[in-house]
Design a binder for this molecule. Sequence first.
Ligand SMILES: [Zn+2]
Ligand SMILES: [Zn+2]
Length: 179
Amino acid sequence: MLIDLSELLPFEEREREYPVSYERSRILDYEVSESPEFVLHIVHHRGNSFEISGEGTLGVIIPCARCLEPVHETVLFAADCAFDFLTGLDADEEECAFLREGFLDTDELIESGAVMNLPIRVLCREDCKGLCEKCGANLNNGPCGCGEETAPTRMAEAIMAAMNAANKEKTIRQKPQRK
Ligand SMILES: [Zn+2]
Ligand SMILES: [Zn+2]
């Protein structure tokens, strides 16, 4: 949705509320399963100074990091920003990606807020057994019977974790000692 901010310019110190929901079907590469409506508050203070606030949630489908089965996640986002209508810059002098020639693009606003809160790694369950590296079978459904007895996906994770721990130790040891 595009909100025409110029409509608010004649009014100072007045807040308006807009019922808003995410209208895109994807966020990054993930499918959006739910986009509940939330209230976006927009205040035009004076001059070209605006402030927006609001928070909501998105339902996002993210594949399990081990078995790739879809997992439903709820992602929170918050909009809390003051900006200049003419320059399109926020309080930190950074460009607001959601502003477009006097319009506020609510999808852009929600996306930039929600992307930051997307989980880096999702598991369908704590003890997900992952896929068999040999035949690709989902080992949560039982042993695949192809002869690959261990769950290599988990083994790979264990090796990576051990390597990371060893690297960390090395970096700590390499730090110059203070005298
Ligand atoms: Zn899984
Ligand atoms: Zn197998």
